[in-house]
Design a protein around this ligand. Structure first.
Ligand SMILES: [Zn+2]
Ligand SMILES: [Zn+2]
Length: 284
């Protein structure tokens, strides 16, 4: 099996710096922020930054790039101003991805903060329809990430992700990302081999594995069903090596790019170690 595997990679200076780091550390798949993730907006990318990123990417071993949107964006924010700001910021994020040729913008569906899940799901779909209309013809897909269901976060059941997709007009612009720590915390037991198979079958039956375009590979500091989102190093948390053995040897997920979002310092040496652990689980 040849896995596309890597990690969320820091950008210092222009986005092309992430490709340099990825090459140095041997990543074949990466995730980046195209701007500061704690801000709604940023200055536009320059032509030089775009060209440099595309050139470096084209000449690298990195075969998959996904961008994660700003943590501030909430596509079902309760207050009108917050919702409007989130939508504009989401559109800007899509624009940056499109400019850089990044095929997926990963985002958390949203937190309904009291509106209720059903209403939240409707507003998220409205937000996506609005954003897609404003970015008509874009190649970049909107990638829904499964969540841990912390607080009032939506997307902790596969059914909720499916509902959102169903309400989106341009469904071909939707893809999905599983985060192992999130779904574990949401109550999907991927550690036990038999249960793991059921979880993947459930995902396939409800959403379809054809829409699964990325897996965030994170162990969990919190227990099954805790609904708390805390990432840990591979094998150090509650999912454990058993859970990651299931994933790394699942033929159905072989072609799905795998990206770490585990704790790390600036030099990202921890990522290299975690990748080594993951690849060591692959049965010959
Ligand atoms: Zn995320
Ligand atoms: Zn994630």
């Amino acid at each position: 099996m040849k896995h596309l595997i890597g990690a969320h990679t820091f950008v210092s200076g222009g986005p092309a710096s992430a490709i340099d780091t990825a090459e140095k550390l041997g990543f074949t798949a990466i995730q980046i922020f195209t701007k500061n993730n704690n801000q709604y907006f940023a200055r536009d990318l320059t032509e030089d930054e775009i060209t440099e990123f595309k050139e470096k990417l084209g000449n690298s071993n990195v075969k998959f790039v996904v961008s994660h949107d700003s943590y501030l964006i909430n596509l079902c924010a309760k207050d009108t101003a917050g919702l409007s700001k989130s939508r504009q910021a989401f559109i800007k994020e899509l624009e940056r991805c499109e400019q850089l040729g990044i095929p997926h913008l990963n985002f958390h569906p949203g937190a309904h903060t009291g509106l209720g899940e059903e209403e939240g799901i409707k507003i998220i779909a409205d937000s996506l329809n609005y954003a897609h209309q404003k970015t008509s013809g874009y190649k970049t897909k909107s990638m829904l990430e499964a969540t841990a269901g912390q607080g009032t976060s939506i997307g902790y059941r596969f059914e909720q992700l499916k509902k959102i997709i169903e309400l989106v007009d341009e469904r071909e612009r939707m893809t999905v990302c599983i985060d192992t720590a999130h779904i574990w915390a949401a109550g999907y037991n991927i550690r036990d081999q038999k249960e793991y198979k059921k979880v993947i079958k459930e995902f396939d039956d409800i959403i379809g594995l054809n829409l699964l375009k990325c897996i965030h590979m994170n162990d969990s500091k919190k227990e099954l069903g805790s609904r708390v989102d805390r990432h840990d190093h591979i094998g150090k948390g509650f999912i454990g090596l058993e859970g990651f053995t299931n994933i790394m040897n699942d033929k159905k997920l072989e072609k799905v790019p795998k990206v770490l979002e585990t704790p790390k310092e600036k030099d990202q040496k921890e990522d290299v170690e975690n990748i080594k652990v993951l690849l060591g689980l692959v049965k010959k």
